[in-house]
Structures are given as structure tokens and as C-alpha cells.
Design a protein around this ligand. Structure first.
Ligand SMILES: [Zn+2]
Length: 587
């Protein structure tokens, strides 16, 4: 294949030659197979592109080098080893078209070379900031919980022996650390850092080696933050941390530096203000002079920042995250359905979740529960709360109550009232009929979503009930059986145990996750105001799957469609007001 490709390349590109074995050996680390020198002229300059095929070719794309001019950090889109970064990461290519691959690589490389004549080319460094910025020796990884888009400010810092952690205040930082490291009982001692928002990320030529270099780019990119930084320098006992947020069209980039103590001004913090004040009356040192004195020859270390804030974790800065993060959901029931719903809500970015369940986890639960055997014998609510806290330490609040909701409500009704939404998945009329009654009594009771699965989880329901309109009982008979169901069964046996039916057949957990997704999605939409009280959303599996479980669609359900729904789906229905509802009429 190589011989034929080589003939093709030499014919296609004039004045091209094969790379010598010696020239190829420069790329030894990459396991090269073959290569060519392809000359390219632009303006009056001549560039010798070295096109290198690796052993993995054509599954690996060709690499193109032009290291006499284009070196890492000197130009954007150049990788550490000097190869042009020709395609966005993750770009797929067709390995069955090797000639096309080689030709594309050459074309893309020449396109970059042409672009490099434009002064604005250098700004591409900013858009791919993370590919170039790296920590210096002694630099740390900084886990940042700071939400992007704010102003320059003082923030809270915790230095572990390994990493640094940043949050807006001590309380948020402590909450995160307690969730993340539950075994750690010691007291945390926090210090402050400065977070500065820049108009754009800095370019490699601006990467600071000294305090003075920070001032240079700050003057242009964040002149308003000079005072803040001066403050940080003057109040610091020793080295201090400055975090930066640079805005780009593709979103913000985060990085940080450590400013080491000034050498000339002596190590003792107490004496430093004198050095700064020298020649001026107290408080009268002009800012530029103050800054020069504070930042003269200080060494700096570069840190790498990784974002762990909710907006980044739950959808890489998509806009709905903030509104969900402010919401508080109370979950009644942390069983197989409730635990899955709670986990989905936490993943979606709901910031506060309270779990209420009096049961302990048992072995037969494990097959369908998000908790495993390690938690058997423990409180479902407590173990689930711990799991959520460890997985999502940035969550604002995760609470649990290992008791039934009725006893909790008797003692602490405010736990219910201070939530945005209650989700009940207990599937028992004793519990849910009563909840419906309490909700009906208090005008300011939060909306409630009742979620349940039909036998074998081949269908599921989520009903949103508000303080006005129909109540939950409006769609139920006096034993709490739904008036409208998706499926019915001929046999008595399954009907007797609707809630554990699914555990008898292998697809149970899979089908149940369809119901959990329905309840979680309805909950999220209700929190965002996209679904209104008095709405029932229904999920059903395919006709075939329902038949496999010995069931069929009810005639009521079929009447909703012009054709039999062969495939699974979801649909909204109105939850109708029952004329003689005992709960609504207060009887
Ligand atoms: Zn009613």
C-alpha cells in the first residue's frame, strides 16, 4: 500500500520527496511508517511540510510537521511534539480512503500556514487555552466550585496537601468537602483567594513568570481588579492564590497562579506595609506604585484549574441548570422507583433533595434499587443520601428522614412546606390518600407528583397535583386503585402483588427505569413550570412486551388512539375532576 500511496503523493504534489530514514527517525516516539517532504509556498516564504504516516495508518490520521517555524506555544494549533493540530478533537475520518486522508492533512496544514499571516491568528490560543496552559513544577490542581459569569471577587480557599479547592464562601466549601470526604471529621481551616475575571484568556507570551507580569496583562484585561489584587497582596501573610476566569466565545476558561512572597521586601508579613508605604503618608500610596512595590520580583507558580461547579457538571453551562439548582424536592419513598428518580434528579442538577423512607434495604431490593448489597440492613433514606452526597458534593442540601412521612409531618410540617415539590413513589393508598388529604387541607401545600408503575413495570404514571383543580383521589377508586390504567391482566396472581410483580421476571429493572425516567422528567418539567397541575403523564412499553407479560391494553387506553399503539411511548392526559370526590368536597 505504501509504495502505491507514495507514487500517488509524488505525482500529486510537485517537488515532493520521501523522508529519509534519518528524517523519519525524528518521529520515532510516534512509531512512524513512512513520510514525505511536501514543499509549500506562501507569499514569498517556502515551507517544507513533513507529512508522516504512523504504523496505525489509515486508522490513525497522518501527522504534518513544519517545526522550522511552527513550534508548540509559538503558534496556536501546534501540538506538544510539533505536529499541526489539524482537526477538532473527536473528528472522525474514513480509513478506507487513505489518499483522501493524506490530501486533507496537507490541505489543512497549508490552510493553517496561510491563516498564520493574519495577526488575529494568535488569538486562537485563547479559544484552545486548556491545550497550552499547564501547571509549573510545584503547581497544584485547583478544584473550582465557582460559578462562571460573576464579577471579580474574594473567594474561599482550602489547601490540602495535594490539591486546592475554591468556592464562593466558607460555608459552600465546607459543605462540599464534608460531602466529598465524609470520613474526614477534622476541622477545615480556610483562607482567602482572589478571583479575577479577564476580558479574554492570556496568550502564551503573557504567561507570567513574576508578579510584575501579572500586572502587565491585568492592566489591559481587568483594570478594575487592580485594587482587589493589591488588597490580596497586602493582607497575605505569605504566598497567595489568584484564580482567573477568561471569557471566550465558547465559554469561560479557568486558570490560577500562586504568587510567592516578595524576596526584596523581607519575609515577615508585619514589615511589608512599611516597604509599601515608604515615602508616602499612610493610605496615600498611589495604586500603581503600591502595585509595583507589592509585585516587583515575586516568583509565581502556575496552577491548573478544573471546574466542579454545578453549571459545568450538569450540562456544561446550559442555561436551565441554574433554575433547577435552586429547587428543593422532597421525596416520599426511597424504594426501587424512588431511589432511581432521586438519582436522576440529582444528575439533572436539582440542588436540594430531602429523602423520607422508614424502610431498611433488604437483599431482594438490591436487584432493582440504586443501592447495593453493601447497604443491606441500613436505612434506605440514609444510604441513598450518602450516595448522592458523595456523587454530587456540590449539591446545596441533601437531607434524609428514616421514618414514614406521616410521623415526620406530625412533628415537622415545615419540612414539607419548605419545598418546591413533593414526589411520592410509595404506591400505597394509606400513605398517598392521606398525603392527598393533607395537601387538600392547606392552601400553601407544595404541588405533589404521584408516581407509580403498573404490574411488571410495563406502564407507569406520574400525576402532578396542585393546590387548585382536581386532587389525586379524583382519579382513584375508594381503595386507591387508578380508574384509568394502561394494561390489564387475566390472571389473578399478578394482580395481587402489583408492586413487586416485576421482580419475578428478568426485564423488571430495565422496564422500571422507563417509569423512573417518566417520573423524573415530569418532576424536572414541573420544577421549570413546563407542565401544569392536573396533568398525568403516562409511559407504556410496546404491545409485544406487554403481551410477553401476559397483559394487554385496556379498552379505555385503546380508546385514546385511532390505531393500536404497537410501540412504546409517552403521552399526557388530563387528570379530571371527579364530581363527587369526597376529598374535594371535604366530605
Ligand atoms: Zn378530588
Amino acid at each position: 500500500m505504501i509504495a502505491e500511496l507514495s507514487r500517488w503523493v509524488l505525482a500529486k504534489c510537485p517537488n515532493t520527496r520521501d523522508l529519509t530514514r534519518d528524517e523519519l527517525s525524528r518521529y520515532e516516539a510516534k512509531d512512524p511508517l513512512h513520510g514525505w517532504v511536501v514543499p509549500f509556498e506562501c507569499k514569498t516564504d517556502r515551507f517544507d511540510l513533513q507529512v508522516v504516516l504512523l504504523q496505525d495508518f489509515p486508522w490513525a490520521k497522518p501527522r504534518v510537521y513544519c517545526t522550522e517555524k511552527f513550534q508548540f506555544m509559538q503558534f496556536p494549533h501546534v501540538e506538544k511534539d510539533g505536529a499541526f493540530c489539524l482537526y477538532p478533537p473527536g473528528t472522525e475520518h474514513n480509513p478506507l480512503n487513505p489518499k483522501g486522508l493524506i490530501w486533507d492533512a496537507i490541505k489543512e496544514a497549508t490552510r493553517l500556514i496561510v491563516a498564520s499571516y493574519d495577526d488575529a491568528f494568535i488569538n486562537d490560543f485563547a479559544d484552545e487555552f486548556d491545550s497550552y496552559w499547564s501547571k509549573t513544577e510545584g503547581g497544584k490542581n485547583i478544584v473550582s466550585l465557582l460559578p462562571p459569569g460573576g464579577a471579580s471577587r474574594r473567594v474561599s480557599l482550602w489547601r490540602s496537601t495535594v490539591d486546592y479547592y475554591l468556592a464562593d464562601d466558607d460555608a459552600a466549601l465546607e459543605n462540599w468537602l464534608r460531602n466529598r470526604f465524609p470520613g474526614n471529621k477534622k476541622d477545615y481551616s480556610f483562607s482567602t483567594a482572589t478571583h479575577i475575571v479577564l476580558k479574554r484568556p492570556i496568550l502564551p507570551s503573557e504567561y507570567p513568570k513574576s508578579g510584575a507580569a501579572i500586572l502587565r496583562f491585568l492592566r489591559e484585561l481587568a483594570p478594575d481588579s487592580m485594587e482587589l489584587l493589591a488588597d490580596a497582596a497586602e493582607t497575605a501573610d505569605d504566598r497567595f492564590t489568584v484564580s482567573f476566569e477568561g471569557r471566550t466565545d465558547d465559554g469561560p476558561v479557568f486558570f490560577a497562579i500562586e504568587v510567592m512572597p516578595p524576596i526584596k521586601q523581607g519575609m515577615k508579613a508585619g514589615r511589608r506595609p512599611d516597604m509599601v508605604q515608604k515615602g508616602f503618608r499612610p493610605g496615600k500610596v498611589p495604586i500603581p506604585i503600591r502595585m509595583q512595590r507589592l509585585f516587583g520580583g515575586n516568583k509565581v507558580e502556575r496552577h491548573e484549574s478544573v471546574r466542579a461547579d454545578p453549571s459545568w457538571i450538569h450540562g456544561r453551562d446550559t442555561p436551565t441548570v441554574a433554575s433547577l439548582f435552586d429547587k428543593h424536592v422532597l421525596m416520599i419513598g426511597a424504594g426501587s422507583l424512588g431511589s432511581e428518580v432521586a438519582l436522576l434528579l440529582a444528575k439533572t442538577g436539582v440542588g436540594s433533595i430531602t429523602l423520607v423512607d422508614q424502610e431498611r434495604l433488604d437483599y431482594p431490593n438490591v436487584g432493582r434499587h440504586v443501592l447495593g448489597v453493601a447497604d443491606v440492613g441500613k436505612s434506605k433514606a440514609k444510604s441513598l443520601a450518602e450516595k448522592l452526597a458523595g456523587s454530587f458534593p456540590h449539591m446545596r442540601s441533601i437531607k434524609y428522614f428514616a421514618e414514614d412521612w406521616q410521623s415526620l409531618f406530625g412533628k415537622r410540617p415545615e419540612v414539607f412546606h419548605n419545598t418546591d415539590l413533593i414526589v411520592s413513589t410509595v404506591g400505597s393508598w394509606v400513605a398517598e390518600g392521606r398525603l392527598n388529604q393533607e395537601a387538600k387541607k392547606a392552601a400553601d401545600f407544595p404541588p405533589v407528583i404521584y408516581g407509580w408503575a403498573e404490574p411488571f413495570s410495563v406502564a407507569g404514571h406520574a400525576v402532578l397535583i396542585g393546590s387548585n383543580g382536581p386532587c389525586f383521589a379524583c382519579g382513584m377508586d375508594h381503595l386507591g386503585k387508578a380508574l384509568q390504567t394502561v394494561c390489564e391482566w387475566d390472571t389473578e396472581t399478578t394482580r395481587k402483588q402489583p408492586h413487586c410483580g416485576a421482580s419475578f421476571q428478568p426485564y423488571g429493572p430495565v422496564s422500571l427505569s422507563g417509569v423512573a425516567a417518566l417520573v423524573a422528567k415530569t418532576t424536572t418539567k414541573a420544577l421549570l413550570g413546563e407542565v401544569h397541575p392536573g396533568t398525568e403523564t403516562v409511559y407504556w412499553a410496546s404491545k409485544e412486551e406487554i403481551a410477553e407479560q401476559g397483559g394487554c391494553f385496556t379498552s379505555d387506553f385503546l380508546n385514546c388512539f385511532s390505531d393500536v399503539p404497537e410501540f412504546g411511548g409517552t403521552r399526557k392526559f388530563e387528570w379530571r375532576q371527579k364530581e363527587d370526590c369526597a376529598f374535594c368536597t371535604g366530605a
